[in-house]
Design a protein around this ligand. Structure first.
Ligand code: IMP
Length: 196
């Protein structure tokens, strides 16, 4: 099954927020098409122990289904004082896929700890028509706030303060996050690769 033209690229995600975060950066060189655009609503397995393993698993699965070049992403929050947790387990750190509960758990674990250093990391995995597989990494350094602040964004945004700022991603505008984020940084590398 291959419905896409040469100037379209399939993003192995169901998440419209991620598609909108990337699309304006990648267009006009490529039009991003998501799994939702192709009416594909099945869960894609993520059973790896690293972001790279998960991204590869997702991209491979989608490549096999649609037989078309595609890329996937996997991201996480890495906290120095927690030995890199929640890391690859960011989506359901507390055992639940619930942003507020996960944020609360992080704040509890860091209670009384002065080292608040953390970073978000995204890995993209691109599989081209000849099955060449390439990874792109994006990192944004920052720190964990003392309490949850702001309503913007998703996930750990209300407790993450990017380096050089005093506000959390939850308080900063969506536009500011779009230019700074780990996904934006990985996207720029992907675009440079696609243009080369
Ligand atoms: P995913 O692999 O991009 O779906 O990310 C896994 C989990 O990491 C998400 O469920 C969020 O909890 C967290 N995460 C990833 N990116 C962000 C972000 O930009 N802001 C806040 N949390 C994020």
């Amino acid at each position: 099954m291959n419905h896409l033209s040469a100037d379209q690229l399939l993003f192995a995600t169901h998440n419209p927020a991620k598609v909108s975060e990337l699309s304006h950066l990648i267009s006009p060189s490529k039009e991003i098409v998501s799994l939702a655009d192709l009416n594909y609503n099945e869960e894609i397995p993520e059973t790896g122990n690293t972001l790279e393993e998960n991204a590869l698993e997702k991209a491979k699965t989608v490549f096999e289904i649609f037989n078309t070049p595609c890329f996937s992403d996997d991201s996480g929050l890495f906290i120095e004082a927690l030995n890199g947790e929640p890391g690859v387990h960011s989506a359901h750190y507390s055992g639940k896929r619930d942003y507020q509960t996960n944020n609360q758990l992080v704040l509890e674990k860091l209670n009384g700890i002065t080292n608040r250093k953390a970073y978000f990391k995204t890995i993209f995995c691109l599989i081209e028509a000849d099955r060449k597989t390439t990874y792109f990494e994006g990192i944004i350094n920052g720190s964990i706030a003392k309490e949850s602040r702001g309503e913007n964004g998703f996930g750990y945004d209300p407790i993450f303060i990017p380096k050089g700022y005093t506000k959390t991603f939850g308080e900063l505008s969506v536009e500011t996050k779009k230019t700074l984020s780990h996904r934006a940084r990985a996207t720029k590398k992907l675009i440079d690769y696609l243009r080369a």
